[in-house]
Design a protein around this ligand. Structure first.
Ligand code: HEC
Ligand code: HEC
Ligand code: HEC
Ligand code: HEC
Ligand code: HEC
Length: 222
C-alpha cells in the first residue's frame, strides 16, 4: 500500500485538531467569563435618565421611605415607579423653576409619564413578585443594594437564575421582621448572629416555607 498521507500532513492534522480543541476550551472560558462580567450582569451601570433623580439625596439625605414613592411594593407583583404628582407634592414648592426639573413639570402639564430608563429588569419569561418577598421579610437592600447611597440608580445584584436560587435554597439567614424591610442599614442584630439565625429558622416554620420546593422550575417560569 502506498502511503496516502505524508508524515508532514499527519503532523499538520494533529496541529489542526489541537487548535480546534483549544478554540473550544477558549469559547467555554469566554462564555463563562462573559456570564460573570458586569457587561452581562449590568451591575453598577447607570443609564441616562430624563431627570437625574438621586436616591442618595431623597432617601439617604431626606429620609423618605421607599413606600412613599414605590407604593405598590407590599401589595403587588410590581413596586412601580412614582407618578409625577408624587414628585410635585414637594417640587411644586421646592426648586420650582429649576431647569433640571423641566421634564417633571412638562409631564404634569401634559399628563405623559416621565420616561425613566429601567435598570432593574428581568426577561419576560421570568415571573417575579415583590409582595411575597416583602411579606416574608426579604429586605430591599438584599436585592437592590445601598440605594440610599446612589446619586444615580444602578443595578446592584446580577439578577441571574443562580442568584435567585442561592437564596431560594436557603432563605432563613436573609429574613428580617417585615417592618424592617425598607431599612438600608439595619444592624441591630449584627452583634447577635445567633438571634438572627434563630429568627430565620423560626420564620421558615411559621410561614411554612419549603426551600426544597422553591427551586422548582414553575415557581419562576410559569
Ligand atoms: C418629600 C419631598 C420630595 C419629594 C416627594 C421629591 N423630592 Fe426631589 N428634592 C426634594 C428636596 C428637599 C430637594 C433639594 C435638596 C437640596 O437642595 O438639598 C430635592 C431635589 C431634587 C432634585 C435636584 C437634584 C438633587 O437631587 O439635589 C431633583 C432632580 C429632584 N429632586 C427630583 C425629584 C423627582 C423626580 C421626584 C419624584 C420622583 C422628587 N424629586 C420627589 C424633596 C422632594
Ligand atoms: C422620592 C421618591 C423615591 C423614593 C423615596 C425611593 N425611590 Fe426608588 N425610584 C424613584 C424614581 C423616580 C425612580 C426612577 C428613576 C431611577 O431609576 O433613578 C426609582 C427607581 C428605583 C429602582 C430602579 C427601578 C428600575 O428598574 O429602573 C429601584 C430598584 C428603586 N427605585 C428602589 C428604591 C428603594 C429600595 C427605595 C427605599 C430605600 C427607594 N427606591 C426610594 C423614586 C423613589
Ligand atoms: C428578592 C429580591 C427583591 C426584593 C427583596 C426587592 N426587589 Fe425590587 N426588584 C427585584 C427584581 C427581580 C426586579 C425586576 C422585576 C421585573 O423586571 O419583573 C425589581 C424591580 C423593582 C423596581 C422597578 C419597578 C418594578 O416594579 O419592576 C422597583 C422600583 C423596586 N424593585 C423597588 C423595590 C423596593 C422598594 C423593595 C423593598 C420594599 C424591593 N424592590 C425589594 C427584586 C427585588
Ligand atoms: C434573598 C432571598 C431571595 C432572593 C434573592 C429571591 N427570592 Fe424569591 N422568594 C424568597 C422567599 C423567602 C420567598 C417566599 C417563599 C414562601 O413563602 O413560600 C420567595 C418566593 C418567590 C416566589 C413566589 C413563590 C410562590 O410560591 O408563589 C417567586 C415567583 C420568586 N420568589 C421568584 C424569585 C426570582 C425570580 C428571584 C430572582 C430574580 C428571586 N425570587 C430571588 C426569597 C428570595
Ligand atoms: C427562583 C427563580 C427561578 C427558578 C426556580 C428557575 N429559574 Fe430559570 N431563570 C430564572 C431567571 C431570573 C432567569 C433569567 C436569567 C438571566 O436573565 O440571566 C432564568 C433563565 C432561565 C433559562 C434561560 C437561559 C439562561 O440560563 O439564562 C432557562 C432555560 C431556565 N431558566 C430554565 C430553568 C429550569 C429548567 C428550571 C428548573 C430546574 C429553572 N429555570 C428554575 C429564575 C429561575
Amino acid at each position: 500500500m502506498p502511503q496516502i498521507f505524508t508524515k508532514s500532513a499527519d503532523t499538520r492534522l494533529r496541529a489542526a485538531l489541537l487548535l480546534v480543541a483549544l478554540a473550544a476550551v477558549g469559547a467555554v472560558l469566554f462564555i463563562g467569563g462573559y456570564m460573570e462580567s458586569s457587561y452581562a450582569t449590568l451591575i453598577g451601570w447607570v443609564r441616562d435618565q430624563p431627570v437625574p433623580f438621586s436616591h442618595e439625596h431623597h432617601v439617604g439625605g431626606l429620609g423618605i421611605d421607599c413606600r412613599y414613592c414605590h407604593t405598590a411594593v407590599e401589595t403587588s407583583e410590581h413596586a412601580d415607579l412614582p407618578p409625577t404628582h408624587v414628585c410635585m407634592t414637594c417640587h411644586s414648592q421646592l426648586w420650582t423653576g429649576a431647569p433640571v426639573l423641566a421634564p417633571v413639570r412638562d409631564s404634569l402639564a401634559t399628563g405623559r409619564p416621565i420616561a425613566w430608563q429601567r435598570v432593574a429588569r428581568l426577561p419576560d419569561y421570568v415571573y417575579f413578585n415583590h409582595a411575597i418577598h416583602i411579606d416574608r421579610g426579604v429586605p430591599c437592600v438584599t436585592c437592590h443594594g445601598r440605594i440610599d447611597r446612589m446619586p444615580l440608580t444602578a443595578r446592584a445584584e446580577p439578577f441571574q437564575m443562580r442568584w435567585c436560587l442561592d437564596c431560594h435554597r436557603d432563605p432563613a439567614p436573609r429574613l428580617r421582621p417585615p417592618d424592617q424591610v425598607t431599612r438600608m442599614d439595619w444592624s441591630e442584630w449584627d452583634a447577635h448572629p445567633e438571634r438572627h439565625a434563630l429568627y430565620g429558622e423560626m420564620m421558615i416554620k411559621v410561614y411554612g416555607i419549603e426551600p426544597a420546593k422553591l427551586d422548582d422550575c414553575d415557581v419562576c417560569h410559569r
